[in-house]
Design a protein around this ligand. Structure first.
Ligand code: ZN
Ligand code: ZN
Length: 340
């Protein structure tokens, strides 16, 4: 079968590799779509220090079952998505689905080499989820990023009537804002400098958007909602963290969603202390966030089709990467289809 093999920084191409063989507990899946995410860009460009070269990248996928054990709940042809993180399977965190908290947790296609930019993959059955029959493939491929948004909302304890600010209108920001609305937020502001992304926010039901390069975000928030109950920082800079703390109400929740770009990024002590803020990390997801993500997507309350800018064959991964890097105004999410 064919897969993208990444051997080092910028050194990747579609190659013939061995077909994966499932164990008794695993199913074999034909990949129908795999999403390119920001983490993949850092991996492909060699900016991910712990990349396990040589590797197959890709951790967002949906596909159809090719092979499953007789007594399995899966049968050939079933459409599924896969939870890509992998732990020791023995610790408390693993046993309760909080795999991100396992000391040995690794995401497939990021820290484990057998990723999803491939024609076929195998996955342990307890990490595979059925997709509803009517759900479009594209929606199925977005279950993983939407699970990040679900998890962030759970971490931030977004409740009915909450005033929410999402800083950053890329895939995760746009999904996080929609999940907040689905969970009953009374007002949601998305702050995003790219006009096309603010337009997508409007299309998916986020009425309040701010261009932070033109309008001071803290003033905008004050005008529209006085103070925020929950702020999701999906950018992760000194400025966004300072803004977030300023716009939060006392006892408000600052949720750190962005992957840190530097080890020196830190949070100011005084505002956190003075306002008794809760500063909460939100890293990937728990197992239970996957069925919830599927439920929200299926209900139509979280929309993704406006975000999917293009579907490319696996062989054109390099083109997809360039489009995402050079034209973020035109492309939020690009999917790969190994059957094209
Ligand atoms: Zn990702
Ligand atoms: Zn574990």
């Amino acid at each position: 079968m064919k897969a993208i093999v990444l051997r080092g920084p910028n050194d990747f191409c579609l190659e013939e590799v061995k077909e994966p063989i499932p164990t008794a507990e695993e199913v074999k899946i034909r990949v129908l779509l795999a999403g390119i995410c920001g983490t993949d860009l850092t991996l492909l460009r060699g900016k991910y220090p712990a990349a396990p070269y040589p590797m197959v990248p890709g951790h967002e996928t949906m596909g159809e079952i090719l092979q499953a054990a007789e007594d399995s709940q899966f049968k050939p042809g079933d459409r599924v998505t896969v939870f890509p993180a992998f732990g020791c399977r023995k610790c408390d965190a693993c046993k309760t689905g909080r795999i991100a908290h396992c000391p040995e947790a690794k995401t497939i296609g990021v820290l484990r080499p057998e990723g999803y930019f491939a024609e076929q993959i195998v996955a342990h059955q307890d990490r595979v989820f059925h997709l509803p029959e009517q759900m479009h493939n594209e929606m199925g491929a977005m279950v993983e990023p939407a699970a990040v948004a679900v998890h962030a909302n759970h971490r931030g304890q977004v409740q009915q009537g909450a005033r929410v600010v999402v800083i950053g209108g890329g895939t995760i920001g746009l999904l996080t804002a929609q999940v907040a609305l689905a969970y009953g937020a009374s007002a949601v502001i998305v702050s995003e400098p790219i006009a096309e992304r603010r337009a997508i926010a409007k299309q998916v039901g986020i009425e309040l958007t701010c261009n932070p390069l033109e309008t001071d975000l803290v003033c905008f928030v004050r005008k529209k909602m006085k103070m925020a109950d929950v702020v999701f920082d999906v950018v992760g800079s000194e400025k966004t963290l300072a803004d977030a703390m300023e716009m939060l109400r006392p006892d408000g929740h600052l949720v750190l969603v962005a992957v840190p770009h530097s080890d020196t990024l830190s949070i100011a002590y005084r505002p956190a202390f003075t306002k008794e803020l809760k500063v909460i990390g939100a890293r990937t997801y728990f197992l239970e966030d996957f069925p919830e993500s599927i439920r929200l997507l299926h209900s139509g309350r979280v929309q993704v089709k406006q975000m999917v800018g293009k579907i490319l064959p696996l062989s054109l991964l390099a083109e997809g990467v360039e489009l995402l890097e050079k034209h973020p105004e035109d492309y939020v999410k690009i999917l790969l289809n190994p059957l094209m």
